[in-house]
Design a protein around this ligand. Structure first.
Ligand SMILES: [Fe+2]
Ligand SMILES: [Fe+2]
Length: 402
């Protein structure tokens, strides 16, 4: 990895991490500090640095940065009016932190959006950014549209506290990692508790968690996929028993990741071939771990094995013959893709709801089975409309309460 590549990855990682923490949290300063050090390293060779973001490409100085040829963050920075970025030699850590906070605001990321908007300083600054060919940052356009707002918590229909469930899932993962059998009763208890949280007297809720810490990704994601799988199974009219079974399958679909080295799971950039092979082993390992725990749960093992298989035969694990996947695997696959895309990752910003639903609709018949994907999209659109109506009601209620 070149210094420029390392710096940009640290820059994206700092933005992603800072979006998770409120202003003043020490994790924000720590993330900015790491990225600032990368900038300093880069500046040792050449004190003045310039980057341009064109589509998904990065131009460093005069040359395309080949390592980041298809970089999501380039597209989002560019869309937020940060097409050109220049650093002078005298950038200080404080200025760099302020700059990151302003970029977060422009990207519409959660924590910075909640913080007061910083005014651009009138004095000359050692960090300049803006549209290509326009050096005056004051004339930049701000981000428009729904991209980049995902993960902000705006989608959550209400504040949920699943900390006990998250701890239980983490404990289960640790138990399996240390060679113990999968504690089934714990998994079933977590799903029962999620199911209770999903129902009020009138309707089914989708209380999805927002990622607070990258180290918690698999735990948070497992809980969300379980909730989504149960919501969809219920919408499809499955029995209460089946809904719970789908919930357990959703909770355990990525269990095989306990066997993937942590540095591969947390790697901020693209995986190399060897790392990709290690990651792609998780469906097979997951199915083995589940079957070692109990032969009674073969549906969960099937879902763990099949949740990355597309209906046109794409995806992984590689198969020599065509495989008709279990209905629960088709359903979990859609929920899995949805939750993965709605979450900020160090190498990719979260997608907005409309983009994810459009993606799923486009891929119906190729990646997703219409019997699950069409009702899934319908369920999420209904949910979104219901939330919009609820927020409008809340806003109306505020003046009356004053
Ligand atoms: Fe997976
Ligand atoms: Fe997953």
């Amino acid at each position: 990895m070149t210094d420029a590549h390392q710096f940009l990855i640290s820059f994206a990682q700092a933005l992603a991490r800072m979006s998770l923490y409120a202003e003043g949290h020490p994790a924000r300063a720590a993330a900015a500090e790491v990225s600032f050090r990368r900038l300093r390293t880069l500046q040792q060779a050449d004190p003045r640095q310039s980057f341009s973001f064109v589509g998904r490409e990065v131009i460093y100085g005069q040359h395309a940065l080949r390592e980041l040829q298809d970089w999501d963050w380039a597209e989002h920075l560019s869309a937020a009016g940060v097409q050109r970025l220049e650093f002078d030699a005298e950038v200080g850590p404080e200025e760099y932190r302020e700059f990151l906070a302003e970029i977060l605001g422009r990207l519409g990321l959660h924590a910075a959006a909640a913080a007061p908007r910083m005014a651009r300083p009138a004095r000359p600054t050692p960090i300049r950014f803006g549209a290509i060919g326009v050096r005056d940052a004051a004339s930049e356009s701000s981000i428009d549209g729904e991209e980049g707002t995902a993960g902000s918590g705006r989608w959550d229909s209400r504040i949920v506290d699943f900390s006990e469930e998250a701890e239980a899932v983490q404990w289960m993962h640790e138990a399996v990692t240390s060679g113990q059998r999968l504690p089934w009763s714990e998994a079933e208890l977590v799903v029962a508790s999620l199911s209770t949280a999903m129902h009020n007297e009138r309707e089914v809720l989708l209380p999805l968690l927002t990622l607070k810490d990258f180290d918690q990704y698999t735990t948070t994601h497992s809980i969300n996929v379980s909730v989504l799988a149960m919501g969809l199974a219920e919408a499809l009219g499955l029995s209460a028993r089946e809904v719970r079974a789908y919930g357990v399958a959703g909770l355990l679909h990525d269990l095989g990741k306990v066997r993937v080295p942590v540095d591969v799971l947390r790697k901020p950039g693209a995986l190399n071939e060897h790392e990709r092979r290690l990651l792609n082993q998780h469906p097979v390992d997951g199915a083995r771990l589940i079957l070692a725990g109990s032969r009674k749960h073969d549906m969960c093992a099937a879902v763990a094995f099949e949740h990355h298989i597309m209906i046109d035969g794409g995806g992984y694990p590689q198969r020599h013959t065509r495989r008709d996947c279990h209905h629960a695997s088709l359903l979990v696959h859609a929920c899995d893709v949805f939750d993965a895309l709605r979450t900020h990752r160090p190498y990719r910003v979260a997608w907005g709801m409309a983009s994810i639903l459009a993606y799923i609709e486009r891929r119906v018949g190729a990646e997703f089975h219409p019997d699950v994907a069409v009702p899934f999209v319908r369920m999420l659109r209904t949910w979104e409309m219901r939330q919009a109506a609820a927020s409008a009601l809340e806003e109306e209620a505020v003046p009356a309460a004053l």
